[in-house]
Design a protein around this ligand. Structure first.
Ligand SMILES: Cc1cc2nc3c(=O)[nH]c(=O)nc-3n(C[C@H](O)[C@H](O)[C@H](O)COP(=O)(O)O)c2cc1C
Length: 211
């Protein structure tokens, strides 16, 4: 039995958002193909994700200098503990589906906050003499994203920084099996947007059978 995290970074649901609709089609088909797997939905707009702020730095600093967790302030304890929970939940899973819309060539800022919560030295990567090493080999991830224009090929490809960035983070923590599924041109080809969405849903259902 595998555990798959369905991580969504969108303020809207599948009825309004192309990304969320394709993400839902994928996860529904995945559930059908893998009835014994555990699917954990993580709505980044609804859960608490501490930003790495002064409390987090001071809390981490105290722990590093050997102080007990209970000696941290209430704020430090809450934020450090919550970040640890998010990292542990990520480490315990086997597969990941990220769902984001393209916003300003990448993704919504809440996704960056989540990435900051899962890149933790000693848990998802470690430093060695020859550089950092990812600690999550053998896991796999998919990024589903809707975009107003086309970035998987053509002149705008170099401007795409969201999927590329998530891919770099995955590889940094040891997850090299990473792919993308894009709903592209929803604004550029507005008259065909519904068809573009339907094609992506068909691809998502197909991909879910072997993911
Ligand atoms: C804040 C914001 C920023 C956006 N930035 C881009 C962009 O950089 N490039 C692009 O092609 N489309 C951009 N779009 C358009 C969306 O990517 C596009 O409408 C996409 O289909 C939205 O997916 P959704 O239906 O899942 O929200 C932006 C939309 C918003 C709301």
């Amino acid at each position: 039995m595998a555990t798959i995290l369905h991580i969504t970074a969108h303020p809207h649901d599948h009825q309004t958002s192309y990304s969320m609709a394709v993400g839902k089609a994928f996860i529904d088909a995945y559930r059908e193909a893998n009835p014994n797997d555990e699917v954990i939905p993580i709505d980044l707009y609804k859960i608490s994700i501490p930003h790495i702020d002064a409390d987090v730095f001071s809390g981490w600093g105290k722990l590093r200098s050997g102080q007990e967790f209970t000696s941290l302030s209430k704020e430090e304890q809450a934020k450090v503990a919550r970040l640890g929970e998010l990292t542990d939940q990520f480490v315990a899973a086997d597969k990941y589906v990220f769902v984001t819309p393209m916003w300003n060539f990448s993704f919504p800022p809440i996704m960056k906050a989540y990435i900051d919560s899962i890149c933790m030295a000693g848990k998802t990567f470690k430093y060695t003499e020859s550089g950092p090493v990812g600690l999550l080999p053998g896991k796999k991830a998919l990024h589903i994203q809707s975009r107003g224009g086309v970035y998987s090929e053509g002149p705008a490809a170099a401007m795409e920084m969201g999927h590329r960035y998530i891919g770099i983070i995955m590889s940094f923590i040891g997850i090299t099996d990473f792919q993308g599924l894009f709903i592209e041109g929803t604004n550029q080809f507005a008259d065909r947007a519904q068809q573009i969405k339907e094609e992506a849903i068909a691809k998502a259902k197909d991909l879910a059978k072997s993911f």
